[in-house]
Design a protein around this ligand. Structure first.
Ligand SMILES: [Zn+2]
Length: 113
């Protein structure tokens, strides 16, 4: 159920920017969502309609930009895609990979009218 709390946070961020810019309506919200963020976009969309009712964000479209999980190997100085919790570098088979992306959950931009 933590999607409700994060949806409320996103909504307040959007409403703050909309107010600062004198927007009449928020048309679209672009959200970066990492595959490891543990957030289900479907639930966020569901709660969005609820938390934005009677605000300038009501009816705004949520656009989720999915961020794949990637790690960096310090031995090979290379980035690689992480699949199914496998942090082992495909080049050298060492497991010292550091996550570089995949945990994002950020409002990237807002389109207003
Ligand atoms: Zn490596």
């Amino acid at each position: 159920m933590h999607e409700l709390a994060v949806t409320e946070s996103i909504a307040s961020i959007c409403l703050k920017h909309a107010e600062q810019n004198g927007a009449h309506r928020i048309v679209r919200v672009n959200i970066k969502l990492g595959e490891m963020a543990g957030i289900v976009d479907h639930y966020v969309s569901f709660y969005w309609d609820m938390v934005t009712k009677d605000t300038v964000a009501e009816g705004a479209q949520l656009n989720f930009i999915k961020i794949p999980i990637r790690a960096f190997c310090p031995h090979c100085n290379k980035e690689f895609a992480v699949k199914e919790f496998d942090l082992i570098c495909p080049e050298c088979c060492k497991g010292d990979g550091e996550l570089v992306s995949g945990r994002e959950f950020l409002v990237e931009s807002i389109e207003i009218e």
